[in-house]
Ligand binder design. Structure first.
Ligand code: GA4
Length: 336
């Protein structure tokens, strides 16, 4: 349910918050698959409860992540730069995008995690086991969601999507994002009666600028600090209420293409305006580089014939990294 808007500011339309569709993975299978398909068509985002990722796995990774981000700048920089994997601070991608965020990027291949953990933690095996345990659990959830999607869309080959991320050569990544708390001085100025600035002008610190996720599916877990916002069809930015017990799932560009545009990859961003640090763990489920991405013929209709040309994930990745963060890339692969 979308909650009514408070007084909007002039420069940008605002809405108070959005309750994403809630999918309970413990419900009856055909009902879950029906609801997931509807959520992916209507919103491109949903909240997953009873997801089965053990709390201790989540808690350990959160603790290990905070331990790393709490280190000195000099220590953290030893694990960088994030090109392609490792520690990054403020710089996002390679084309000049920046945000109030620091992060660790990993390829989900176990060897790459072990190698990167050496520079990240004083107890590398504890850190790499936490990362590997989380990835394994969340990949399982991703495969389950993708099978349920195929079932709910009556695609006969129900593994057609999940096979891509089960493949040993899958190109999935994990991103641990730390959005530092707002410095106290800013917060004080924000609320000070003598401030000449409108409070909203000071509460617009962008953590991760607006973008679409390029992969198949993103599964995000965050602590109880707000920040994620999604862009509704009418251009309104709406905050998603944080819920550390659930997972937030969203459709990526590749799944939009494979479902022939029935599912929507939605523009989103993260604001960093809290006096508490936000920590999120984002698993981006991606196909192998050589995989051929093509719309499913079962999803063509006389009104909606094949909308996208076939492309490899390597082609799509290349286009993604050559553009700025906020660009729409899927249109480049649309048939005329
Ligand atoms: C957005 C989603 C993921 O965080 C990410 C990002 C990637 C990066 O940070 O290196 C990108 C961005 C993301 C899309 C456009 C390109 C690539 C930064 C950027 C400017 C890891 C991903 O796969 O695409």
């Amino acid at each position: 349910m979308v909650v009514a808007s408070p007084s909007p500011i002039k420069s940008e339309k605002r809405q108070s918050s959005i309750e994403l569709p809630i999918i309970d993975l413990s419900m009856e299978r055909s009902e879950v698959s029906r609801q997931i398909v509807k959520a992916c068509e209507d919103y491109g985002f949903f909240k997953l409860i009873n997801h089965g990722v053990p709390h201790d796995i989540i808690d350990t990774l959160e603790e290990e992540s905070f331990k790393f981000f709490g280190k000195s700048v000099a220590e953290k920089l030893k694990a960088g730069p994030a090109s392609p994997f490792g520690y990054g601070c403020k710089n996002i991608g390679f084309n000049g995008d920046v945000g109030e965020v620091e992060y660790l990027l990993f390829h989900t291949n176990p060897l790459s995690i072990s190698q990167n953990s050496e520079l990240i933690s004083n107890d590398p095996s504890k850190f790499s086991n936490a990362v590997k345990g989380y990835i394994e659990a969340v990949r399982g959830v991703g495969c389950e969601i993708l099978d349920l999607i195929a079932e709910g869309m009556w695609v006969p080959d129900t593994s057609v999507f999940s096979r891509l991320i089960r493949d040993v050569d899958n190109d999935s990544i994990l991103r641990l994002n730390h959005y530092p708390a707002l410095p106290l001085t800013l917060k004080e100025r924000d609320t000070s009666p003598s401030s000449t600035l409108h409070p909203h002008q000071l509460s617009q610190r962008i953590g991760f600028g607006e973008h679409f996720d390029p992969q198949i599916l993103t599964i995000l877990r965050s602590n109880d600090v707000a920040g994620l916002q999604i862009s509704l069809k009418d251009g309104l930015w709406v905050p998603v209420i944080p819920d550390p017990t659930s997972l937030c799932v969203n459709v990526g560009d590749v799944l939009q293409a494979m479902t022939n545009g029935r599912f929507v990859s939605v523009r989103h961003r993260v604001m960093a305006n809290s006096c508490k640090p936000r920590l999120s763990m984002a698993y981006f489920a991606a196909p192998p580089l050589h995989a051929c991405i093509t719309p499913q013929p079962e999803l063509f209709t006389p009104h909606v014939p094949s909308l996208y040309r076939s492309f490899s994930w390597a082609d799509y990745k290349k286009a993604t990294y050559s553009l700025r963060l906020g660009e729409t890339r899927l249109d480049l692969f649309r048939k005329l």
